[in-house]
Design a protein around this ligand. Sequence first.
Ligand SMILES: Cc1cc2nc3c(=O)[nH]c(=O)nc-3n(C[C@H](O)[C@H](O)[C@H](O)COP(=O)(O)OP(=O)(O)OC[C@H]3O[C@@H](n4cnc5c(N)ncnc54)[C@H](O)[C@@H]3O)c2cc1C
Length: 448
Amino acid sequence: MVLFSRDLRVHDHPALASAVRDADAIVPLFVFDDAIVSSDFARPNRMSFLVASLMDLKKSLEGMGGDLIVRRGNVVDEAMRVMHEAAASAIYVSSDVSAYAGSRERRLANACRESSRELKTWPGVTVVPAGAITPAGGDHFKVFSPYWRRWQEWERRAMLAVPKRISVPSAVGPGAVPPSGELVGGEVSPELVPGGETEGRRRAEEWLEGEVAGYEADHDNLPGDATSRLSPYLHFGCLSPLELAEHASSKRSAGAFVRQLCWRDFYHQVYAATPDLARRDYRPRGDRWGSAGRALERWKQGRTGFPIVDAGMRQLLREGWMHNRARLITASFLTKDLYIDWRLGARHFWDLLVDGDMANNAGNWQWVAGTGNDTRPNRIFNPIRQAHRFDPDGHYVRRYVPELRHIPGRRVHEPWKLGPEREGVDYPEPMVDHGDAAAAFRAKRAAV
Ligand SMILES: Cc1cc2nc3c(=O)[nH]c(=O)nc-3n(C[C@H](O)[C@H](O)[C@H](O)COP(=O)(O)OP(=O)(O)OC[C@H]3O[C@@H](n4cnc5c(N)ncnc54)[C@H](O)[C@@H]3O)c2cc1C
């Protein structure tokens, strides 16, 4: 049995390829785990992407003569039940980094032991498995640069081919992939990307053939939108991170992009070693964050009065995704200008991001808040300077803040300076003075 989780692909899938090599017949299984589906971890954007990815996986497996078996319930109970029906002797899973994934593996291992079966874990969720490289005397790297050096030297495993044929025991009924609306309530963002390995591979190919060449120069250019947008496909494992890194590494111009894939691995190994990364400050700074209330709501709705911040927040609402530069600006604004707890911001991102990923989300939020792996914890992004630098003509703001669409050029970044063009426009005054807010933040940090 191959128990899929967030490794929803058939290309370069170590657990799947090994199962096909080791057995005449295999059971590809996905369980909608009640512990996740019924919790507030399940959100419409990711659920919709997940369902589309499962449909695509099912189609690929059918094309090989197999199928995807789908169940809902307690993941361990369901896996054991299907194993019993199929008389399967071993279960293969891709090892993952969260505390929950760890406990799932342990529970599966115990259940297997009790019924004289075997659990085998495989890599595939990251390029370099978490914990495979460690610093002298430590269980994980706390700083990126030395990790990046070792990551590049690490000898990667060979890429694995797609299985040619799969045979699934007929004793097991397939079950069906339910529509995402049956699993979780709430609205899906109107411009969400389609899920699935087929779509992910198409996008990755296009990216590696074209735009990746300009990535180093343009990745911060907000209106240019010149990043890969592959994050949801990586999060759900529709793409093999190792395959992507291998293909990108063969292109001379893709170094900066490969480095970002390493950041993903970096936060995964931090998270594996720090299971409470999403809750506890990695490096506490003695913060006593202010109460949230209405200010948090204005930030969430993109009504702060700072167009560049509002554009980012509204991109998130519209697409379930946000450009990395905008993530940095909006997160800095929340934690430094409003001095609101990074956990509340991370929670909102988590609710909407289609690529919402515990390791990357918590790791990056802590980095911006200055409680994480950052060497400059008191850095504050000036939203106006960031706007002029990364959206010099205001195109990004006008794309996402329609009420300012009629204001030409860079003047759109400081609407409070405008004269009659502002009249009748339903756009708020800035909720803070950035200079004052920055000074207040520095004073609070200095006081500890
Ligand atoms: C506050 C904040 C929250 C974030 N939350 C998430 C999250 O929940 N999920 C998530 O995948 N990324 C998160 N990121 C990291 C980054 O913003 C996204 O990975 C990136 O914007 C995705 O767009 P892309 O695929 O076009 O990235 P590209 O620039 O094309 O990069 C390629 C891939 O590298 C990885 N990557 C890039 N930047 C980072 C980074 N800083 N940290 C870790 N991995 C990175 C991603 O998997 C990405 O798909 C967050 C960043 C910030 C500042």
